[in-house]
Design a protein around this ligand. Structure first.
Ligand code: ADP
Ligand code: MG
Length: 234
């Protein structure tokens, strides 16, 4: 479904992604793990067209994405939940959800889609008319995920969704990922919470200093303490 070949990215003169290769098949959950600064966020940003200077090949469902602007990638069924959540200040929960729809071909079905999301996210349902940034951290993360799902994507990129969130909400979030996965959603997950990420993943890549240094089945990596020690401790 997603094929990334020799992806390179620069911030100014700093060479960050140094030929990243990875793939995600339809229906898979794949984790990218690695230390702080390894290049995980930059990889997701480059996949969404958010890094100005980049090179290489990104193919999504057979279509070359690299020249496409971010909103076109959403339109093609690829969604992204950034690390900082990007809840728009001053807008209500409902309005934030509407923003997710703007980038999709489904704007006419807005009422129906927001209704459906509210059912999936009971915490948001009670708060549709509350200002988004007044939600708790975990609720904001849920909103960011719901907003990404509003466009009805086939694949979603998640950047450290559990970061700074109460454990009870993290449980809820991972249950949601399980549910999405059961419904056929393809997921590329970046997580510091390695055990949790691997528990719901089919495969995993380890990233270090801008390259993929290891690929394996999630269960095998979960059992490989030495590999985790070497590349995953912060
Ligand atoms: N906006 C930026 N400008 C310059 N350097 C950056 C910027 N964002 C990240 N970097 C650098 O790029 C490298 C990779 O960062 P990042 O992709 O955020 O890593 P990770 O998500 O794995 O922690 C780090 O060395 C970081 O300092
Ligand atoms: Mg990051």
């Amino acid at each position: 479904m997603l094929k990334v070949e020799d992806l390179e990215a620069w911030y100014g003169r700093s060479y960050i992604l140094q030929k990243v290769n990875l793939h995600v098949d339809a229906g898979e959950v794949v984790s990218v793990i690695g230390r702080n600064g390894a290049g995980k966020t930059t990889t997701l940003r480059a996949l969404m067209g958010l890094v100005a200077k980049r090179h290489g090949r990104v193919e999504f469902e057979g279509r070359d994405l690299l020249g496409l602007p971010t909103h076109e990638r959403y339109r093609h069924g690829l969604a992204y939940v950034p690390e900082d959540r990007s809840i728009v200040p001053g807008l209500t929960v409902r309005e934030n959800l509407r923003l997710g729809l703007l980038a999709s071909p489904h704007l006419k079905r807005e009422a129906e889609i927001i209704e459906r999301l509210a059912e999936t996210f009971p915490r948001l349902k009670e708060r549709l008319d509350q200002i988004g940034e007044t939600l708790s951290g975990g609720e904001q993360q849920m909103l960011a995920i719901a907003r990404a799902l509003a466009a009805d994507p086939r694949m979603i990129l998640l950047d450290e969704p559990s970061e700074g969130i109460m454990p009870v909400l993290v449980d809820e979030m991972f249950e949601l990922f399980e549910k999405l996965r059961a419904e056929g959603m393809t997921i590329l997950l970046v997580e510091q919470s390695v055990d949790r990420a691997l528990a719901i993943s089919d495969r995993a890549y380890i990233m270090d200093q801008g390259v993929i240094v290891h690929e394996s089945g999630a269960a095998a990596l979960l059992a490989d303490e030495e590999m985790q020690e070497r590349y995953c401790s912060v």
